[in-house]
Write a protein of this length. Structure first.
Lengths: 153, 175
């Protein structure tokens, strides 16, 4: 079984290697494209970045980005170009604005609610444990029992 | 009984949110182009490569722009709806053949019928990118001033045509 797995792994290696082929001849432009493409979402396979996806649309968008890089457009301008067409959804880090408040604040709000609930529960529990004073008579009895126990062991 | 009340209510709220989540379609991404001027293009026509299809020529009328392709399954589903809408004469539907082979597109239209007065060709998908197309079919409703007023992602259904497209077109016609 292990052998089979090993063979599968070895054979499938070159298949992944195919995806990493250089996208432009210019290494600087390629680095910029990579840096931008990991921040952008492929709209067809929505949980992949533009860099990972092999969907035809992702290929087209990489071509557009490459051309914009060649035209010396700034990262900001390239991102604006895509956002004006596809909306904030293309960004893996959507900007903080009215429609995305819940997205950004939500997790912290949930954590705050959880922490408050925890504190309240702990406080309440400590109040329910009532301290009962032990009388001298009970003390003596405990010591006597402990001593007996020791003798037996 | 009381101590189950809080976890139960939290559970109900979570289930409520998940339930709403199930009814949403993650494929439907709100388009930033609705309310904006239609992106300009000038594409060769499928049946006459010498002539072009351009939004500038359609100013002053309400029209639909439908991105489709012969390789697209959703387009086949949508096609009878487009034929019906074209036959009703409510609004002209212009086609944009998206990333397709010209001969296959023509075969497709010959086989299933052609609802479009003019079909433009977008071989490289550049017009598609300017329109924010990320899957065909997509349909845009464009008003007399050349402003995009509605975007349909995915196939048009008889229901969306009757409830959204036709009322919107009527309203835009009277503007």
């Amino acid at each position: 079984m292990n052998w089979v797995m090993l063979i599968i792994l070895c054979v499938s290696g070159p298949a992944w290697a195919g995806e990493a082929r250089p996208l432009t001849d210019d290494p600087v432009a390629e680095a910029r494209l990579k840096h931008l493409a990991v921040e952008l979402r492929c709209l067809v396979c929505q949980n992949q970045t533009l860099a990972d996806s092999s969907a035809p649309l992702a290929e087209d968008l990489r071509r557009e980005v490459r051309e914009m890089i060649a035209k010396n457009m700034s990262d900001q301008e390239i991102i604006e170009f895509l956002v004006s067409r596809y909306g904030d959804f293309v960004l893996y880090r959507p900007p903080l604005k009215a429609t995305t408040t819940l997205l950004w604040v939500g997790p912290f709000a949930l954590m705050a609610i959880g922490a408050t609930a925890l504190v309240i529960t702990l406080r309440r529990r400590s109040r329910t444990v009532v301290e009962v004073s032990v009388t001298d008579e009970e003390h003596r009895r405990v010591e006597q029992l402990l001593a007996e126990g020791e003798k037996r062991s | 009984m009381n101590r189950f009340l809080l976890p139960l209510s939290i559970f109900v709220v979570v289930v409520g949110f998940l339930g709403i989540g199930l009814t949403l379609n993650p494929r439907e991404i709100p388009s930033p182009l609705v309310g904006k001027a239609v992106p300009d293009f000038s594409q060769p026509q499928l049946y006459d490569r010498e002539k072009v299809l351009s939004p500038a020529d359609l100013k002053g009328k309400v029209w639909l722009l439908n991105f489709w392709a012969s390789w697209c399954n959703g387009c086949k589903t949508e096609h009878p709806v487009l034929m019906e809408l074209a036959k009703s004469g409510e609004v002209p539907i212009y086609g944009m053949d998206y990333k397709d082979q010209q001969d296959e597109a023509m075969t497709w239209l010959r086989r299933w019928g052609n609802p479009y007065p003019i079909v433009g060709v977008d071989e490289a998908g550049r017009v598609g990118i300017n329109f924010g197309v990320y899957g065909v079919p997509e349909t845009y409703v464009i008003d007399k001033q050349g402003v995009i007023r509605y975007k349909q992602i995915g196939p048009l259904t008889p229901d969306t045509v009757a409830k959204k497209i036709i009322p919107l077109v009527k309203q835009l016609e009277s503007e």
